[in-house]
Design a protein around this ligand. Structure first.
Ligand code: MLT
Length: 264
């Protein structure tokens, strides 16, 4: 579905009934990343996935910041008449979740931070992002996908699930150039969220694949230590897109967390 919110088109899916859960994808993905969750969790939750601006059907999207992505999410919820949600963000989606918490915390029922990190980019990472912007503009998104694919999934997936590797490569190579360049800018200018962690007062689940090379387990442990009362789940045999690589385990962990919320 497509709606118009915060000044531009936003593509989204809205499946199921129950506690509202908003899924935010990573870079350079689109909302189809969450297909294994939307189908499976729809009997227990109202599952909503959205394309961040510049991706999927949320195009054309002007260059933005993590704050803009977060405001887009809040505007989408407004159009749907939803007040509070469980916010689930993977990697870049986690950066957006931190911004959403800073700007719209009264709307956050709980947080799920997947394969992400709290810190800002180092100077080296910023330089790499600038190079990737040039790569996207000069050689296109297939070149970007070629560069990203090995870090995107874990070694177990590379060995046992080449279809998923192909699917992730296809998703990334179809990402619009403007969206990719804009997201790289948003990531390299994003603030450090480390101090935000101590302000998080809602139930929080942290999920990471044990083979995640981009946002490794130590990042998840650091967030777990800093967020009082948070839960940490390490998914065996999964890399950076743990929700897609180990969907049954991921869905089990997420379902248990959602049940614990509704039981409160
Ligand atoms: C992502 O999957 O969103 C990216 O790995 C995030 C990043 O490049 O920092």
């Amino acid at each position: 579905m497509i709606t118009f919110a915060n000044g531009h088109a936003i593509g989204y899916d809205d499946v199921g009934t129950g506690i509202p859960v908003l899924f935010l994808h990573g870079f350079p993905h689109n909302r189809s990343l969450w297909a294994p969750q939307l189908g499976a969790l729809a009997t227990a939750a109202r599952t909503i996935s959205m394309d961040l601006r510049g991706f999927g059907e949320s195009v054309p999207g002007s260059t933005g910041s993590m704050d803009d992505y977060a405001d887009d999410a809040a505007a989408l919820l407004d159009t749907m008449g939803i007040d509070r949600v469980v916010v689930v963000g993977l990697s870049m989606g986690g950066y957006v979740a931190f911004a959403f918490w800073r700007r719209h915390r009264s709307r956050v029922r709980a947080l799920v931070l997947c394969d992400t990190r709290a810190g800002a980019d180092s100077e080296t990472s910023r330089a790499s992002r600038r190079e990737m912007q040039a790569l996207a503009q000069g050689q296109g998104l297939t070149a970007v996908a070629n560069q990203l694919i090995s870090g995107m999934v874990g070694s177990t997936t590379r060995l046992n699930n080449p279809e998923l590797v192909d699917e992730m490569h296809r998703m990334m190579s179809l990402a619009p150039e403007d969206g990719v360049v804009g997201a790289l800018e948003a990531m390299l200018t994003r603030p450090d969220s480390t101090l935000t962690l101590a302000s998080i007062t809602v139930p929080t689940l942290i999920v990471v694949g044990d083979e995640d090379a981009l946002t490794p387990v130590k990042e998840a442990r650091a967030m777990h230590l800093a967020i009082v009362g948070s839960r940490l789940e390490i998914i065996a045999g999964a890399g950076h897109v743990s929700n897609a690589e180990r969907p049954a385990t991921f869905n089990h962990v997420l379902s248990e967390f959602l049940i614990s919320l509704t039981a409160q």
